[in-house]
Design a binder for this molecule. Structure first.
Ligand SMILES: Cc1cc2nc3c(=O)[nH]c(=O)nc-3n(C[C@H](O)[C@H](O)[C@H](O)COP(=O)(O)O)c2cc1C
Length: 238
């Protein structure tokens, strides 16, 4: 289709349309090629990549909630090396018209830097840094809830890539403006809002948590007003 009037430039990434598949909801894009014309999508944002392959969480990983859903997939993915060797060449072949943004996370600041360096290759148009994961070295506190840790990750990524860097903020904080300023000062080219909100459901037949991981991330129409509020607050701050 001809979407000329919708073409835009996002942090230096040329998009045919401003429509992007959110990380984790759109695989690596190519899984969807039988269902839509990938050329109509501005950018594919990949499932979250990690330094090593991850099988994800065991047990129930998805639960429907009023107006939304909870998930605790646990970052299931084939790992950065398999992605670069087997998946990226296919994406380049099968979705050559569409920008590709690699979403990733890691357990330490150093690993974030290493991931950024590995992803600084042809076929990747930008990187999206998921900071909603625990800092393994510093007691497991989530990077995205601590402005200093979020800034350290952003700096490490910026140092190791020439690609535009999008930092995806966690909504599970009191002051989103503080987080937005911290990553902007550390060099982020753009901010993505919002990742999922931590939630939990109880199975009323068993009186046990329904999800295998006990808690999960809430997404969908139910969280949209929160997302809009946080985008507004962050946009005023940076
Ligand atoms: C099943 C599922 C898996 C997800 N996986 C990731 C992921 O790997 N990395 C990430 O940054 N966000 C991930 N997300 C978060 C989404 O990209 C998005 O930020 C969130 O769902 C809120 O947007 P929505 O309400 O429009 O879905 C995932 C969401 C869902 C529903």
């Amino acid at each position: 289709m001809n979407f000329e009037r919708l073409a835009t430039d996002f942090a230096g990434i040329k998009l045919k349309t401003p429509v992007m598949g959110a990380s984790g909801t759109f695989g690596f894009g190519i899984e969807y090629k039988d269902f839509l014309d990938l050329g109509d999508v501005g950018a594919i944002i990949s499932k979250g990549l990690t330094p090593l392959p991850r099988p994800g969480n065991t047990g129930v990983r998805v639960a429907e909630t009023p107006g939304g859903m909870l998930n605790c997939i646990g970052l299931e993915n084939p790992g950065i090396d398999v992605f670069l060797r087997d998946i990226l060449p296919r994406v380049q072949q099968e979705a050559s018209e569409t920008a590709f943004i690699a979403n990733f996370s890691a357990g330490t600041v150093e690993e974030y830097g290493m991931m950024a360096a590995k992803l600084d290759v042809d076929g990747v148009d930008g990187v999206e840094v998921n900071i909603s994961c625990p800092n393994v070295k510093e007691g497991g506190i989530v990077f995205g809830t601590d402005p200093r840790a979020a800034a350290a990750v952003t700096e490490a990524v910026k140092k190791n890539t020439k690609k535009p860097v999008i930092v995806k903020l966690s909504p599970n904080v009191t002051d989103i403006a503080l987080m937005a300023r911290a990553v902007e000062e550390a060099g982020a080219d753009a901010i993505a809002l919002i990742n999922t909100l931590t939630g939990m459901v109880i199975d009323t037949r068993t009186w046990q948590p329904l999800l295998g991981n006990i808690t999960g991330g809430l997404s969908g129409p139910a969280v949209k007003p929160i997302a809009v509020r946080m985008v507004w607050q962050a946009a005023q701050a940076v």
